[in-house]
Design a protein around this ligand. Structure first.
Ligand code: SAM
Length: 240
């Protein structure tokens, strides 16, 4: 069937590709991807031949329009390097424009680091807020975290190994009491999920610098959590 297929791919363990993902990729003449080398390797492993086209967030509107035109007449897939496209990965514009132009969009579900981490961390999973990657700079990161302070849900964040310790320190300052979990190298050989306070985890990872890919989860505020003082709000109130 013609249309745009959003296909999730493994986040480490190649065994996690779904039967449906394989069937759809086999049926596509064109596969739009982030990095043709990464997707080329996956396709080679699966024994699938298809034309690969790089289409990341910097792609032009024209490039997207050509992919959408092709999807009108034959099946076209979008994959990212790992996991579910659009989840801290490119694809939002393509999907939006495809739908707006009447092309059928189908999601072929599969691995997603955020959901896998939430499923294993033992933090409340009834309400969660996925916030992707935090800003890199200390002040911006703290501001972003402060902005999430009042949210009564588990926060799910993506983080890199070199930044983990500083982010844990920032969380320890803001929310010393909250339960935090670090899910690392999911589906891979050295998968681990460790929980505790942000301070205890910061201490652990200072002594054992982490490697690999990381999902950071922060439990919801307790009933007695002191509100974070938002200086901007206080300042505006004082000036009003
Ligand atoms: N679209 C992907 C998904 O569905 O999970 C996420 C892509 S994002 C560019 C990459 C980030 O996802 C990594 O920096 C890490 O935070 C997280 N991630 C991806 N694979 C992971 C894994 N195997 N274990 C832990 N975190 C992972």
């Amino acid at each position: 069937e013609p249309g745009l297929y959003i296909v999730a791919t493994p986040i480490g363990n190649l065994g996690d590709i779904t039967l449906r993902a394989i069937a759809v990729l086999q049926g596509c003449a064109l596969i739009a991807c982030e990095d043709t080398r990464v997707t080329g390797k996956l396709l080679k492993h699966l024994g699938i031949k298809a034309r690969l086209q790089r289409l990341d967030d910097h792609a032009s509107a024209d490039a997207r329009a050509r992919v959408i035109d092709e999807a009108r007449v034959s099946p076209v897939a979008l994959v990212s390097d790992a996991g579910t496209p659009l989840i801290s990965d490119p694809g939002y514009r393509l999907v939006r424009e495809a739908r707006a132009s009447g092309v059928t969009v189908t999601s072929i579900p599969g691995p997603c680091a955020a959901v896998s981490a939430l499923a294993m961390a033992g933090l409340p999973s009834d309400r969660f807020l996925f916030a992707g990657f935090l800003p890199v700079k200390d002040k911006a990161r703290r501001d972003t975290l402060e902005g999430l302070a009042g949210i009564a849900a588990t926060l799910v964040l993506y983080e890199t190994a070199p930044r983990l310790e500083r982010t844990l320190q920032a969380i320890a300052e803001l929310w010393p009491e909250r339960e935090v979990a670090v899910a690392r190298e999911l589906t891979k050989l050295h998968e681990e999920c460790r929980s505790g306070t942000a301070a205890s985890l910061a201490e652990h990872y200072a002594a054992h610098p982490p490697k690999g890919e990381i999902v950071l989860l922060v439990g919801p505020p307790g009933e007695d959590e002191a509100p974070v003082l938002d200086t901007d709000v206080l300042l505006r109130a004082a000036l009003a």
